[in-house]
Design a protein around this ligand. Structure first.
Ligand SMILES: [Zn+2]
Length: 473
């Protein structure tokens, strides 16, 4: 299509993710893969008018200046004060511990793929542009899983009911259809949500299907956040929005496994929004520290892998057969494939992000030199000249992840630790759920996230549950 629209024959591949990633994974043309990778990681670093070298230095120096004006030693200290991690040293300690814990698995993954490439006839040096191609091939060989295969077992209506029932089991809350509530589109479903003592908690909106003009992806949002006003508890209006395939004349709406986890994820955010009991709107519900906000959502995703939960509702929409749990086991195993390497890559970005934002005095150095000196320890491939990730690192220089990239792994460690607490006492245990509700879901950002977590868990999160779940130990 892209080629045709430009009046060319053949195919055009671009550096946009939906084009770039499959190309790197599936193209057997090594030289083209090299070219694509080089183009990708030299964006903003080609000594032309789009070169970002000077802009990067300017950004980090200005961020440092801002932090100093406000009395902080560096930019990281300034932003981390509002996060769960709180301090530069906490983040550095966390990253280092994870680095040490995942080193072995990362090297193991690297060697496995390298050896597999040799088995496939690769007889040159093993380079970064070979990685996506051979690791995808190896993944196919080890786990030939199709995300679509479970669809007949995940009928949307059944999944919705099962998720509402799960919320009832854990928290005693009930979802009552309330069709009279005004909506912005006739497909939006509405519910009144009641607590176990029948008191009113929230209004819940669900907008599941794609339609022209609607954004892609899935998210949770609120039309009214919870707050207290002159002694009255104003309850929230919370919505989840998705793009799940709609029913056809012959088939009901069926979810893939990843759509089921997405549903659980957004529902976790929704619970955070609906169960909250705070005074101020700006601190209620999901208005929490950025490295804490994904705990309730990622926590819920864990249920998608639990046999006892799936067995209670996931049956084939035509035959009524129970879900074949071997496939879930396979999905679980596949989800740990190359996690060591993946973790190492993310740590590399997190170290780089922290390095840029903990400089003590203005920089004048070459950004490539700075990057190489920081990334060396997590780099398993040879350094590639003329490329520099920092120059196109949108997350930390463009978006709001400055001194926050560590948050991805931080959130995973948290949710794995929280779920392990549930696992100890039973994943449907009311007591654990009550503690999660009282100390996490109800509190929003009204107290320090770490204090809340410790109150729920009895201690700080440890790395082990995450390492185990990801197959790193
Ligand atoms: Zn989320």
């Amino acid at each position: 299509m892209a080629a045709k629209s430009q009046g060319k024959r053949g195919w055009i591949f671009t550096l946009h993710f939906p084009s770039y990633v499959p190309f790197m994974q599936y193209s057997g043309k090594r030289e083209l893969r090299r070219k694509m990778l080089m183009a990708y990681i030299s964006r903003g670093f080609r000594a032309n008018k789009y070169d970002n070298r000077e802009i990067i230095i300017k950004i980090v120096n200005l961020r440092l200046e801002l932090a100093k004006i406000l009395g902080f030693t560096n930019f990281a200290e300034m932003t981390l004060g509002d996060r769960m991690a709180d301090k530069q040293t906490t983040v550095e300690k966390f990253l280092l511990e994870l680095f040490n814990a995942s080193k072995k698995a990362a090297t193991r993954d690297f060697e496995n793929v390298r050896k597999f490439a040799v088995e496939c006839g690769h007889d040159d040096s093993f380079e970064r542009w070979d990685w996506p191609f051979y690791s995808e091939k190896l993944k196919k060989k080890l786990y030939n899983i199709d995300d679509e295969i479970l669809k007949p077992y995940f009928r949307l209506e059944n999944a919705e009911k099962a998720i509402f029932d799960l919320a009832f089991t854990l928290y005693g809350i009930k979802f009552v259809p309330a069709a009279s509530i005004p909506v912005y589109h006739r497909e939006v479903k509405t519910y009144e949500v009641y607590d176990s003592d029948n008191s009113f908690l929230a209004i819940f909106y669900a907008d599941y299907h794609p339609r022209p003009g609607k954004s892609g992806g899935a998210w949770m949002t609120s039309y009214r956040d919870q707050r207290k006003s002159e002694g009255t508890d104003i309850r929230p209006h919370i919505s989840i929005v998705g793009n799940f395939t709609r029913a056809s004349e012959t088939r009901p709406s069926l979810l893939s496994f990843s759509e089921l986890t997405t549903f659980l994820h957004e529902f976790g955010h929704a619970l955070h929004g609906m169960l909250t009991r705070c005074t101020y709107e700006s601190l209620s519900g999901t208005n929490v520290a950025r490295d804490f906000v994904e705990l309730p959502s990622q926590f819920m995703e864990n249920y998608a892998y639990e046999k006892s939960w799936l067995d209670s509702w996931a049956t084939h929409y035509q035959t009524g057969d129970k879900i074949p749990y071997e496939i879930i086991e396979q999905i679980k195993k596949a989800s740990t494939f190359n996690e060591g390497y993946g973790c190492f890559r993310q740590l590399g970005f997190a170290f780089l992000d922290m390095a840029w934002h903990t400089i003590a005095s203005p920089l004048e150095t070459d950004i490539k030199e700075f990057e190489t000196s920081v990334s060396g320890k997590t780099e398993l491939f040879p350094v590639i000249e003329d490329t520099c990730i920092s120059a196109s690192f949108g997350h930390i220089f463009g978006g709001g992840y400055a001194a926050g990239y560590y948050g991805y792994k931080w959130a995973e460690v948290l949710d794995a630790d929280a779920f392990s607490f549930f696992r100890e006492k039973g994943i449907f245990n009311r007591e654990s759920a009550l503690s999660f509700r009282k100390n996490i879901l109800e509190k929003g950002g009204s107290e320090k996230a770490l204090a809340l977590y410790i109150r729920f868990r009895g201690k700080e999160a440890s790395l082990e549950p995450f390492l185990q779940r990801s197959g790193l130990i």
